[in-house]
Design a binder for this molecule. Structure first.
Ligand SMILES: C[S@@+](CC[C@H](N)C(=O)[O-])C[C@H]1O[C@@H](n2cnc3c(N)ncnc32)[C@H](O)[C@@H]1O
Length: 263
């Protein structure tokens, strides 16, 4: 992919930078912060939701390494994870950060790829053939299980693309692999979610939070792993789920395996 930044790149809100601002990061600009202010006015719980989602990443990585002995992970739609590397367990020997955003890729190359075994790839989930053929992914050992993160990425993809991404991944991943998904949902605060969708749309950004049944439908060919969800992200693997009043995820977390396949 061309690494040049598109015209006006810093002058309009950008999903990764808005998330970064909501998460307390500094890789963002005035248009991102102004837009984030409008989002928070419509959904005051949004910064909490973003932080719960971010905190979920390290929890899942620990689960993948310790419970599934996975040591190679692909983070699809990785975003501007300002302190991700500190949270990557030492057991992860190969980590591939993938995002279509040129700024995210530049950031990952500078900041994240310092860690041994970590590489960044700019690629678009709209074209899985190109993405999977790219060097950093092609060098992953498909003779062993692979962990794949799709955290807060599917809501930024239309239904057809989301279905294709999941179908291609399912047939590409070796047995024993694990997929982790988080997905914003309309189940928990439908009116605020609708307001967020309208604000993103007005900014030219497609945002598609889905209902629980719609998310289940996306993953219908996958095998849910025990206690893997879907549950509200903040309540994932808690012996006592949080009361909805204290669970500001507004998203579901799911852990799934590609399951049995006819090859
Ligand atoms: C909300 S951020 C989530 C970041 C991170 N996964 C997390 O959980 O905090 C969504 C990310 O998905 C990326 N993204 C959206 N559409 C994409 C696509 N078609 N291909 C690759 N990345 C995409 C965006 O650039 C952005 O960095």
């Amino acid at each position: 992919m061309n690494s040049a930044l598109p015209e006006g790149y810093f002058k309009r809100p950008n999903v990764a930078r808005v998330q970064d601002h909501l998460d307390g990061g500094t890789d963002n600009y005035a248009p991102d912060r102004d837009f984030a202010r409008d989002l928070v006015a419509a959904a005051p719980w949004l910064p909490g939701s973003v932080r719960i989602n971010r905190a979920h990443g390290p929890r899942v990585l620990n689960c993948l390494t310790r419970e599934y002995s996975i040591d190679q992970v692909i983070d699809l739609g990785c975003g501007l994870s300002h302190d991700n590397n500190r949270d990557v367990p030492d057991e992860v020997r190969r980590m591939v950060y993938v995002d279509s955003d040129p700024g995210v890729d530049a950031h990952a190359r500078m900041v994240l790829a310092e860690r041994h075994g970590t590489v960044s790839l700019r690629a678009d989930l709209e074209d899985m053939t190109v993405l999977l053929a790219a060097g950093p992914i092609a060098r992953i050992d498909r003779g062993r299980p692979i962990g794949v993160l799709l955290h807060d990425v599917l809501p930024w993809l239309g239904d057809d693309t989301a279905h294709t991404v999941l179908a291609v991944l399912r047939s590409w991943l070796p047995a024993g692999s694990v997929l982790s998904v988080t997905h914003a949902t309309t189940d928990m605060a439908p009116e605020a979610m609708a307001a967020l969708t309208r604000l993103y749309e007005a900014a030219g950004i497609g945002f598609l939070p889905r209902s629980g049944p719609q998310i289940r439908d996306l993953l219908r060919s996958w095998t849910p792993l025990a206690a893997g969800g879907p549950v509200a992200t903040a309540s994932w693997r808690r012996s006592t789920p949080l009361h909805p009043r204290f669970d500001h995820s507004h998203a579901y977390a799911i852990l799934a395996s590609p399951g049995d396949r006819i090859s």
